[in-house]
Design a protein. Structure first.
Length: 176
C-alpha cells in the first residue's frame, strides 16, 4: 500500500480500494432524504473542478467557496485541494444582508476567484452593485463544469504541510 502524505493521496487511495462506497451523504431535509457521493464520483468531480481551476492558473491562489449546505460545496473544496488552490469557505451573499463580512474575507484572504452554484451566481449581479470589490473576482459556477474536463487535470506539486484552506470566524468583534 502506498504511503499517504496528503489529502489527494488519501482520496485517490479510497478511489482505488472502495470506488463505489459512499464518501459523503447529505440529508437534504435534515432527516431522511439523502443524496450521496461515492469516492469515485467525488474524485471525478474534484478532478473536473481542479482542471478548470488549473486552466485559470489558480494553483496557490485563495479561492472563495460560496455554497449553500450540500455536496456541491464538498466537490468544490476537494477541487481546490486537487488544484493546489487554497479554499476559503464563506457564507454565500444574500439580499438584505450586509456584504461587509464577505468583502472583508475576500480582501484579507487576497482571493482571486469565487466558486459557487449557477443558481447563486445568477443572483450576484444585484449584490455586486453594492460591493464593487467583489466584481474583481473571477466567478465560476462549478455545477456547469463538465465531468469530461477531468481528463485535463494534472496532479499539483504539493507537500503535506502546504496550506489547504483558510477558515474565518467572526470572533467577538464580528469582524472576520
Amino acid at each position: 500500500m502506498k504511503q499517504v502524505s496528503n489529502l489527494i493521496d488519501l482520496l485517490q487511495q479510497r478511489v482505488q480500494q472502495q470506488p463505489r462506497q459512499k464518501a459523503y451523504t447529505f440529508l437534504t431535509d435534515g432527516e431522511d432524504q439523502e443524496v450521496s457521493l461515492t469516492y469515485e464520483q467525488l474524485d471525478r468531480r474534484a478532478c473536473a473542478i481542479a482542471a478548470w481551476l488549473q486552466y485559470l492558473h489558480a494553483t496557490g491562489e485563495r479561492v472563495l467557496l460560496l455554497y449553500p449546505p450540500g455536496l456541491e460545496y464538498i466537490t468544490a473544496f476537494w477541487g481546490c485541494l486537487y488544484a493546489g488552490a487554497i479554499a476559503v469557505p464563506a457564507y454565500p451573499p444574500r439580499q438584505n444582508r450586509s456584504l461587509n463580512r464577505l468583502q472583508s474575507i475576500a480582501e484579507d484572504a487576497q482571493s482571486t476567484l469565487a466558486l459557487t452554484t449557477s443558481a447563486l451566481l445568477a443572483k450576484t449581479d444585484a449584490l455586486m452593485a453594492q460591493c464593487p470589490d467583489l466584481k474583481k473576482l473571477r466567478w465560476l459556477a462549478t455545477d456547469t463544469v463538465a465531468n469530461s474536463v477531468a481528463q485535463h487535470w494534472r496532479r499539483p506539486a504539493i507537500a503535506s504541510d502546504d496550506l489547504a484552506f483558510l477558515q474565518y470566524t467572526s470572533g467577538s468583534t464580528s469582524t472576520p
